[in-house]
Each structure stands twice: as C-alpha cells, then as structure tokens.
Design a protein around this ligand. Structure first.
Ligand code: 13P
Ligand code: SF4
Length: 305
C-alpha cells in the first residue's frame, strides 16, 4: 500500500468512527499529516480536553496518552504503539519523592509532564517545557523540588533566581547527549545559522544558543524570524517539519544523535491497525490515580494558562 493510500484510509476510518488523532511534533511527517492536531506537550493536553470525539489516539509516547486519559476520563484513549515510552518519565518512583518530602518539608513538588501518571500522584503541579518558567514564577512558594529533568530545572532556576529550586539527577538521554563540541562543529559548518535548542539540553549547550524553547517555541521562532538558516537542537523531526513549512529557509539538525527511537516507533500501519481494532493499548488508570494525577495537571493549566 502506498503511503498516500494508507493516509486516505486512515482519514476515512477516523471520520467514520469519530476518532480524534493527536500527534506530538516529534512524530514523523506522514503521521503529523493525518492528525487532527499536532503540537507540543502543553498544547496536546489542552487539545485533549477540547476534542469532541469520544475516542482519542495518541501518536507519541506513553505519558502523553496517560495525560489525555487523566484529562478526559470518559474518553477511550489509545497509545498507538504500546512500546513507545519515554525513558525520562520512568526515571523516578513515587517512594523517592515521598522520602524527599518527609525529609524536606515545605517544598512544592513540580513534575515535568514527562512523568508517569503514578509519579504525578505524589507531586503538586506539572509543567511542560513551554510553561515551566511561568508556572514556577506563579507558584506561591519559594521552595521548589523540580523533577525529573535537572537540565530543564537548571534552565528554570536561571530564569527564576529568587526561588530555591532543588534538583535530582534525571533527564532526557537524547537531548543530554548533545555536547559543546557538537555545538562548535555545527557553528563552524553553518556560520550564518541561528542555534535554537530545547531546554532538555545540558546547561553548557543551552548557554550557547540564540533561542531556547519548547518544540512549538522553536518552530514559531524559526517561522517568524527574518533569518534564513537555523541549527535545530531538538529531535530531528522538528528540523524536517520546519523544512516543509518554510521551504525558502534552511534547517540543520544540531547532531545526528538527536533521534528519539520512542518517538519514531509509531508508524502509519500502527495507526491503521488501531482504527481497525487490532492494536495499540487502551490506557486504563485506577480512579485513585486519575483523581490524584489530575490535580497536578489541572494546577498546571490554572497556573500556566
Ligand atoms: P515539548 O514539551 O517541547 O513538546 O517536549 C516534549 C519532549 O518530549 C521533549 O523531549
Ligand atoms: Fe522522552 Fe527525550 Fe524522547 Fe522526549 S526526546 S520522548 S524526553 S526520551
């Protein structure tokens, strides 16, 4: 079957069965094309609530599908490829955070949305990369424990220096693998280009960037800029989408290492199979997990909206 025919079949089945397809911006081009909406983690959680359909397919990783379920309990939510997890989301366990809270009372626990639903149940508020600075500023407490990404946490600390932000050792293995040497090499190769990076990169890389932001922040910056060349310091799909959206500009991935195998795991065949009732995984969470994790996400939308 040709890609185009498969996409048409997906669009037909989606309409016939009143299904909403959400895709994170790291998804491949052909997936983004059949989605009702694609965007960054924050935008996806807002769209999850707005979607009128009773069934939602998430083309992304597990924590994203869980977030949709937490926000829309009455909907059937499917993770299109059940093997697509985010290693960062699974780095910390609730017991670790409970222990920290017991030993360090008085901290507000801020969880990056890249965490399991179970971990969210012991946290106070979620953030995404596009809302973290604003939300941490708006929290009425100066003592913050920020988990799990210490690079994003360091970035937030620099923007909000008055607050005390405690960090634990966690983060995205894909972004954290980018080194200063990668930056220097890309700068040498593309001397005219601006460097746009995701705050999951290590502080030494972030400090060398011309712009730091979420996946949608990076895309918006590049689209609006009057510059013509950009080095993209986040997952390789972003450079690819930008190249299609702005064919008169040039986009260079900062490194070949910027490929997230989990984000690349979902294929059109997976989507078609789920629509035909033959695959994916329906997200089922206990009533207790849903209620406790929801408080954290509602708080994110309240403080970040
Ligand atoms: P965004 O919140 O910028 O979409 O990032 C999600 C992610 O997984 C980054 O690695
Ligand atoms: Fe997780 Fe990193 Fe992949 Fe994003 S890029 S899904 S944070 S492993």
């Amino acid at each position: 079957m040709r890609i185009r025919d498969m996409q048409d079949e997906i669009l037909r089945l989606k309409k016939e069965n009143d299904v909403c397809i959400l895709a994170h911006s790291y998804q491949a081009r052909e997936i983004v094309e059949i989605a009702d909406f694609s965007g960054d983690s924050y935008q996806l959680s807002v769209m999850a609530q707005k979607a009128p359909q009773k069934t939602v397919l998430m083309c992304g990783v597990r924590f994203m599908a869980e977030t949709v379920k937490i926000l829309s309990e009455d909907k059937r939510v499917f993770l299109v490829n059940p093997l697509a997890g985010c290693p960062m989301a699974e780095q910390m366990e609730p017991e670790m955070i409970e222990y920290f809270k017991k030993k360090n009372p008085g901290y507000t626990v801020v969880a990056y949305i890249n965490t399991t639903a179970e971990l969210k149940t012991v946290c106070d508020v979620c953030v995404t990369s596009s809302t973290a600075v604003k939300i941490v500023k708006n929290i009425p407490n100066d003592k913050i424990l920020f988990i799990p990404d210490c690079n994003l946490g360091d970035f937030v600390q620099k923007q909000v220096p008055k607050k005390e932000i405690r960090l634990l050792q966690g983060g995205c293995p894909i972004h954290a693998a980018i080194s200063v040497r990668d930056v220097e090499e890309a700068r040498r190769r593309y001397p005219e280009a601006l460097l746009l990076v995701h705050p999951e990169c290590v502080p030494a890389v972030v400090e060398r960037a011309d712009y730091v932001g979420s996946t949608s922040g990076i895309m918006e910056f590049a689209k609006k800029s009057d510059k013509r060349e950009f080095i993209i310091g986040t997952e390789s799909s972003i450079a690819e989408h930008l190249q299609y959206t702005c064919p008169d500009k040039r986009f260079y991935p900062l490194s070949k290492k910027l490929i997230c195998p989990n984000m690349k795991a979902t294929t059109l065949v997976d989507v078609l199979n789920v629509l035909n009732g033959r695959g994916g995984e329906e997200i089922i969470l206990s009533a207790e997990t849903l209620a406790k994790a929801r408080k954290c996400i509602d708080e994110m939308i309240r403080l970040g909206g």
